[in-house]
Design a protein around this ligand. Structure first.
Ligand SMILES: [Zn+2]
Ligand SMILES: [Zn+2]
Length: 498
């Protein structure tokens, strides 16, 4: 055997072992591997699919690599090569649809390297074999080496399953230590940072909680809207609820306030805060805060009795309404101006919902405008002028129109009516793009996504013609997204915290 052949067979063998590790990992710990590889399982069925599909795929590829490496027969390598080509094709389609992510590009690089190794080995082994290599023999599949290999894999899998409890406890300690020590905000560079803790709207959506935007200006942490399920998303993003400085509500539709009680509770219990959570909003915020305070009053009593006043100081329970009003003849007002952060509330058009507002954040030369729920309106355009980032609610009328027609056809007239009603008090992606262009913003982030987009392929239909009207970057918001605007810079950096 020549040195070249030995080197390539060794490389193929290592590739096979790499796939073997992945296969065993997906079979034994599908949810952990799914998290590491950014695959999102939906409930038990999803975990089952990941275990079987990914586990089976990688173990199969490993089998053929190891067979090629041990027998020196290049034809076995055709199988993993074909799979790798298909995987790379899928990866490229995904990057095209969803945009490049650092994890996706890294995976692509690894796959291309593995493909080059396998193809190079095929060429070297084919040249070596000349015309001597005949058809594939069953004995190559069922020989002592492969049987021993299969037994070793089975033994490893069995061992891992039998040690599940021990491994589980060790993992709990490891993961808890990591998350309890995490301080995402302290680790951020100075600047403005915008995180989506809820990018959805009232429709049930597996991928998106209801409206909630986290804004971190320097070290000050604000929350705009507290839609249902958003508090959990915020914690999953490892943003500490105890550090929330204030909540700002845009209006009082349920998809913007449903989690307010949870935010009050978690900020209190999570940070042993001695003063209630300040909740800013237009007129009506007093009623909302009063209602949540009342609803959570028994829970607060239980917790003080159970954990003691040092852990949960009684003065810190609940929320404190901070209503604001616009001066006569004005439709905007600066409501917070502290520690270099200026927050301006401005009126928007969510008729018949009145009042409804949006917010503009300015910090060290960087600016973010959050539209709230609104149809296109002059005050939003005015506030967005020259802003770095416009976080704009969006509803695609072509898609909602289909749901409206469907509701009519199947006799769900209430659904059809609601679909018709919501069309004119939101903003289409096309109109959002027009506002972004006219205002000259650097980046348009769409959120409050209506209707839900359960699969990525719907993103093109959702955007419609938006890209014709605005040539800057448009991002369709997803829960966990963090856009960073470093101070003293013009960059807008994107990453995911989930
Ligand atoms: Zn609304
Ligand atoms: Zn809404």
């Amino acid at each position: 055997m020549s040195t070249t052949e030995t080197v390539f067979r060794l490389l193929v063998g290592l590739t096979g072992l790499f796939f073997l590790g992945l296969g065993i990992g997906f079979m034994a710990f599908p949810d952990i591997f799914a998290t590491v590889f950014s695959v999102e399982p939906a409930y038990g069925l999803g975990v089952n699919g990941i275990r079987s599909d990914f586990g089976g795929l990688f173990l199969g590829m490993s089998f053929f690599c190891l067979l090629g490496a041990t027998t020196g027969r290049y034809r076995w390598l055709a199988v993993p090569i074909i799979f790798l080509l298909l995987i790379i094709a899928g990866r490229l389609i995904g990057i095209d649809l969803d945009g490049p992510s650092s994890a996706g590009v890294k995976s692509l690089l690894v796959e291309v390297i593995l493909l080059v190794i396998l193809m190079g080995s095929t060429v070297v082994l084919a040249l070596k074999a000349g015309s001597n290599e005949k058809g594939l023999r069953v004995s190559e599949l069922l020989n002592l080496k492969t049987l021993v290999g299969a037994a070793v894999v089975a033994a490893i899998l069995g061992g891992l399953f039998l040690s599940q409890k021990k491994i589980g406890l060790a993992l709990v300690e490891c993961i808890a230590a990591k998350s309890m020590n995490a301080d995402v905000i302290a680790d951020l560079p100075d600047g403005l940072h915008v995180g989506l803790c809820g990018s959805g709207a009232p429709f049930a959506d597996l991928r998106r909680a209801c409206a909630c935007v986290a804004v971190i200006a320097g070290q000050s942490f604000y929350i705009v809207d507290t839609g249902p399920s958003s508090e959990r998303k915020m914690e999953l993003m490892r943003l500490n609820p105890g550090q929330v400085r204030a909540v700002l509500l845009t209006h009082f539709h349920s998809d913007h306030i449903g989690d307010l009680g949870e935010f009050m509770l978690k900020r209190w219990a999570g940070g042993s805060n001695k003063s209630p959570l300040e909740v800013f909003g237009p007129a009506g915020v007093e009623t909302v805060v009063k209602g949540f305070n009342l609803a959570y009053s028994l829970d607060s009593e239980y917790r003080i009795l159970h954990h003691g006043p040092a852990t949960v100081p009684p003065t810190g329970a609940g929320g404190l309404a901070r209503p604001f009003h616009f001066p006569p003849g004005k439709n905007e007002a600066v409501i917070i101006d502290t520690d270099g952060v200026r927050i301006t509330a401005f009126q928007v058009d969510h008729t018949p919902v009145k009042p409804a507002v949006g917010y503009r954040f300015d910090y060290k030369g960087r600016s973010v405008v959050i539209s709230g729920d609104t149809a296109p309106c002059q005050s939003l355009l005015h506030q967005a002028r020259g802003a770095d980032l416009l976080v704009q609610e969006a509803l695609q009328p072509a898609m909602v129109g289909i749901l409206q027609d469907l509701g009519q056809k199947i006799g769900r007239h209430n659904i059809a009516r609601i679909m018709g009603d919501i069309m004119d008090y939101h903003t289409s992606p096309e109109d959002a793009a027009k506002i972004a262009k006219e205002a000259g913003v650097r980046h348009l982030l769409l959120t409050h996504i209506l209707p839900p987009l359960p699969v990525s392929i719907l993103k093109g239909a959702f955007l419609g013609d938006a890209m014709k009207f605005y040539h800057g970057p448009i991002t369709i918001g997803e829960d966990g997204l963090l856009l960073s605007l470093p101070a003293g810079d013009k960059k807008i950096l994107k990453r995911f915290l989930l």
